[in-house]
Design a binder for this molecule. Sequence first.
Ligand code: E4P
Length: 214
Amino acid sequence: MELYIDTANLDEIKQAADLGVLDGVTTNPSLIAKEKIDYGKRLAEICAIVKGPVSAEVIAVEYSAMLQEGRERAKIASNIVVKLPSTVDGLKACKALSDEGIKTNMTLCFQGLQAMMVAKAGAFLVSPFIGRLDDIGQEGMDLIHQIRTIYDNYGFKTKILAASIRHTEHMLRCALAGADVATVPFKVIMDCMKHPLTDIGVEKFLSDYKKAFG
Ligand code: E4P
């Protein structure tokens, strides 16, 4: 499974990139708002650090405005992926941008048919939001399974990018379900390498060694 970091914070991106296993970055307007910085400027900074796909979301909600904004975002760097909402206007913009050779990430996907439609429109990525479905009492992981089945049934090449991941259990279950990519907050990336028995084991090996050899 590919690993993206879900943040617009440069320190977090640098630290995650230093691990050597980071494949890409996703941003959204809320994440940029936290950083209080110009969106285009921050995207250029991120693309200078990470060479894999960097998702840049449009603010527009209407088809022609989305197209125009998507084209502008795509000029920032060759690894920009234009992130569009999974709406009717977003679907049309996805088709138009894909036909122009611009990669898209269809975000805010909450049901299997949205994923099927955007795949037909040529989306590079689809982002099902697991955590937000859990928040309203639905099983977010079911959506990942549904999309995997639909895409495998018909050979769609769109990658499933599991999003709105809140903890390592989500991430583990995404890997087991065959998600192509997970976009994950910095803390959850770091949690992937934590287990109390690992720490206890390291301490025990060290103390046994010191006892024997000083
Ligand atoms: C994905 O690209 C989104 O930025 C993100 O995963 C949303 O997660 P949230 O539900 O924690 O805001």
